[in-house]
Write a protein that binds this ligand. Structure first.
Ligand code: AMP
Ligand code: ZN
Length: 147
């Protein structure tokens, strides 16, 4: 077992993904290791939509240790390649919601991997043209808070 899995926070009672990770609630798994499980989404956006979930309970991206995050994207790469091959699909989205306003319904950190066959399948709305008078200030608010 990896260091992060050993030292991560305890399972949260009532958290559905903690219960899935512990095997107390069934899931259709596509992958598991010491730090992550991946299983099919019960309400898929498209056929083949699955989730990559940390075994340990973290709610938001900012709470996940960097060492764990460093393993998450290579895993997403590996599983996406398997999914593309297995499903005969060429396109996919990785989505990760943080907070209720962003559409996060389950407060346990996870990545969505969503195969795409047609861009009309999920309504990713095009953005509005940027307000060029505000854009430099918005960017400065981000840069000024880099640590
Ligand atoms: P989010 O809105 O980013 O928190 O996404 C939560 C996702 O978890 C949704 O796509 C749900 O369909 C999915 N989900 C919730 N409960 C389960 C479950 N028991 N098994 C598989 N997927 C689930
Ligand atoms: Zn949890």
């Amino acid at each position: 077992m990896s260091k992060d899995a050993q030292t991560g926070p305890a399972a949260v009672p009532g958290c559905i993904f903690c219960q899935i990770a512990a095997g107390r609630i069934p899931s259709i798994r596509v992958y598991e290791d010491d730090d992550f499980i991946a299983f099919m989404d019960i309400a898929p956006q498209t056929e083949g939509h699955f989730l990559i979930v940390s075994r340990a309970h973290y709610e938001l991206l900012g709470q996940v240790p960097d060492a764990l995050l460093a393993r998450a994207l290579p895993l997403a790469k590996k599983l996406s390649q398997a999914a593309l091959r297995g499903l005969g699909v060429e396109a996919f989205n990785i989505i990760q919601n943080n907070g209720e306003a962003a559409g996060q319904a389950v407060g346990h950190w996870h990545l969505h991997l969503i195969p795409r066959r047609d861009k009309s399948e999920i309504p990713l709305k095009p953005g509005k043209p940027a307000d060029l008078t505000r854009l430099p200030f918005v960017a400065e608010n981000i840069r000024a808070n880099l640590k």
